[in-house]
Design a binder for this molecule. Structure first.
Ligand code: CA
Length: 386
């Protein structure tokens, strides 16, 4: 089999309401899909992490830099092609956008292999290690105005009522207001529901310590990206002083970036982003590295139904660490804000919310070959900004 074309589709639409995290407010939802065609009629789909103009720049990397390097190659040769691209791009970016672009292409190759062999992706990456995956609902994004503690409390209760056993909220207003937000959300949830707090690296180390002590008091399950991803000493400092699990890694790339983060003892829970760190080929190495350090992994997920489905497969095939009758389980990250890229993009929707409601807050990977998401061509044409 030969690769005949590599194409990027950047999709965008305007949100009904602006949403925010600690770094910015945004009014547009976007997704970056990669389509790889072959001479045998099989088309693979992948996705690159990165919104808006970042996606448009990544599209140029996919189509102008990576596509010529793999044109005519056998899509089964994932390692060979990954290293051909990485080695030639090493001088131009070992992290960031070139690796995000490579990620989407690599994922599409795995989709092709799955379709060609008739196997769902989870079979290709090691087989079923668990039947169902608990899902956490993230919401509670920042807004510019209004009574945010009340709004967050109501939203948390609404997410819980949808059947989620774990929820995640944003912070980023500053330590005092953030602690009030977390108190409001914790108070609105039943005791058994897990709460995670995501700072998107907005704090200084000392502010993060102040917030982290409140999270300890409130029984929060993890404190995500408390400080800048480059601040390995800050991560270590917090991890040594706080009880709450320190989570992070969505902004780290390749096995070499992850080697440094893990060796430095930065996180209790690793959150690799498969659509950013180098694709499935590289994710498997990062997973092995994390488990080598006995650091549990629960994937970072952002984007369309393609990214969600890829992660469903990877979480299904993730071995237990360290194992047992009631082992620690990873969770699927799921954005509870309405998204057409979840509901309307696939010809057969994943129905995550229906599954969560019907199955005690858990979901299962699709059984179709490959990733198992066939995007609707009309939908792509309608939302494409290419
Ligand atoms: Ca995050």
């Amino acid at each position: 089999m030969r690769i005949t074309a590599v194409k990027s589709h950047v999709l965008q639409y305007d949100l009904d309401e602006e949403l925010g995290y600690s770094q910015q407010y945004y009014a547009r939802r976007s997704a970056h899909l990669v389509e790889v065609s072959t001479d045998e009629g099989i088309t693979g789909w992948g996705e690159c992490f990165g919104p808006g103009n970042v996606a448009l720049a990544n599209k140029a990397i996919v189509e102008r830099v990576i596509a010529p390097l793999i044109d005519g190659a056998d899509p089964f040769d994932r390692e060979r092609l990954w290293h051909r691209v990485y080695n030639l791009l090493r001088d131009h970016g070992q992290k960031g956008m070139p690796i995000q672009a490579l990620s989407g292409v690599d994922i599409a190759l795995w989709d092709i292999v799955g379709q060609a062999t008739g196997q769902p992706l989870y079979k290709l990456v090691g087989g079923r290690c668990r039947d169902r995956i608990p899902v956490y609902g993230y919401g509670m994004m920042l807004r510019r105005e209004g009574d945010l503690p009340r709004r967050f409390a109501e939203e948390a209760a609404a997410i819980e009522a949808q059947g989620f056993g774990a929820v995640k909220m944003k912070v980023g207003l500053g330590p005092r207001d953030d602690i009030r937000l977390v108190e409001a959300v914790r108070g609105a949830l039943t005791d058994s529901t897990r709460l995670m707090v995501d700072a998107n690296h907005c704090y200084t180390t000392s502010d993060a310590l102040e917030v982290g002590r409140a999270l300890d008091r409130l029984g929060v399950y993890w404190f995500e990206e408390p400080v800048a991803p480059e601040d390995r000493a800050g991560y270590r400092y917090l991890r040594n002083r706080l009880d709450v699990n320190i989570a992070g890694g969505e902004a780290e790339f390749t096995r070499w970036g992850w080697r440094d983060l893990l060796q430095a003892g930065c996180v209790d829970i690793a959150q690799p982003e498969v659509c950013g760190l180098g694709g499935i080929t590289e994710y498997l190495k990062v997973l092995a590295l994390a488990h080598t350090h006995f650091v549990p992994v629960t994937n970072h997920v952002w984007g369309s139904a393609i990214a969600v489905a890829v992660n469903l497969h990877l979480l299904t095939a993730m071995p237990d660490l360290p194992g047992g009758l009631h082992p620690w389980s990873p969770m699927l990250e799921f954005d509870t804000n309405p998204s057409r890229f979840q509901d309307e993009l696939p010809t057969e929707p994943l129905r995550i919310l229906d599954q969560v409601k019907a199955n005690g807050g858990t979901v299962a990977a699709p059984e179709r070959p490959g990733i198992g998401v066939e995007p609707d061509r009309d939908f792509i044409a309608k939302y494409s900004v290419n």
